[in-house]
Design a protein around this ligand. Structure first.
Ligand SMILES: C[S@@+](CC[C@H](N)C(=O)[O-])C[C@H]1O[C@@H](n2cnc3c(N)ncnc32)[C@H](O)[C@@H]1O
Length: 241
């Protein structure tokens, strides 16, 4: 996965800074023997990655097809014995016991589920006291970025149920602070969010050079004016219960 982050042809490339921060955090966690939930797992890449580091992983997704693909990925990676699947709505995690997980990782998933009553309470319930929640999300305090995102959704005619109307912002972070005793937010990418305009064109050296330039502008600006961080477009959240 680390190698893929640097491949312009990879779908991970666009979010490589966010995912590099996630990987650094995940690999910093003692995963071996830990019980981990990949929440809204999609095709299970992250869950299987954690299983290859020795974690016992539950893949959870509303889509049973996604969970099946995740399980096949686990088998192909030789970690089937450490990975189980659970296809259901995250608003009802009754298949899991209270405090069952040491770590819950949700990549681009919580913004889909937060709107359902009970979803956050269920997520908190299945995490053990002292356990961690890791979120990699789009960050939504920047009105200009939100307006552009909405314009894109509208132009690409995404269905309402795609869940894109909720973006994690400071209001949602405050909500998390009511359930977790420590919430650390690490926003990233301000001008570098212009990368969205270059989707599918990262193989061009000019595009990559421009992106690196914007990233270095962000680095300097955000170091000098940390209050601008709340207008960034992506965020890694580490919350401890
Ligand atoms: C943007 S995808 C992210 C997938 C994956 N985490 C990844 O990194 O590729 C969001 C996922 O959340 C799942 N999802 C949406 N609503 C859900 C719900 N109510 N309960 C469980 N999963 C849900 C979708 O099926 C989808 O796989």
């Amino acid at each position: 996965m680390l190698r893929d982050l640097d491949q312009p042809s990879s779908t991970l490339y666009e979010r490589r800074r966010l995912y590099a921060a996630v990987l650094q955090q995940l690999l910093f966690e003692p995963l071996a023997g830990r019980s981990v939930l990949d929440y809204g797992c999609g095709l299970g890449e992250w869950g299987v990655l954690m299983a290859t580091e020795g974690a016992r992983v539950a893949l959870l997704d509303l889509s049973s097809v996604a969970v099946q693909i995740g399980l096949r990925r686990a088998a192909a990676s030789g970690v089937a014995d450490r990975v189980r699947g659970c296809a259901r709505d995250a608003a009802d995690l009754s298949c899991f016991a209270d405090g069952e997980f040491d770590l819950i990782y949700a990549n681009a998933a919580l913004h889909h589920t937060l709107k359902y009553p009970n979803a956050l309470a269920e997520l908190v319930r299945v995490l053990r006291p002292g356990g961690k929640l890791l979120l990699a999300e789009t960050y939504g305090n920047n009105r200009l970025l939100n307006w552009l995102r909405r314009a894109r959704w509208w132009l690409s005619r995404q269905p309402d149920e795609a869940g894109e109307e909720i973006i994690l912002g400071d209001r949602e972070l405050d909500l998390l602070r009511t359930c977790f005793h420590h919430v650390e937010a690490r926003p990233m990418n301000l001008f570098a969010m212009a990368k969205r305009l270059f989707r599918g064109r990262f193989q061009s050296p000019l595009v990559r050079g421009s992106l690196r330039f914007l990233e270095s502008v962000d680095d300097r600006l955000l170091r000098r004016i940390p209050s601008l961080r709340r207008f960034c477009g992506e965020i890694l959240v580490v919350a401890e219960k």
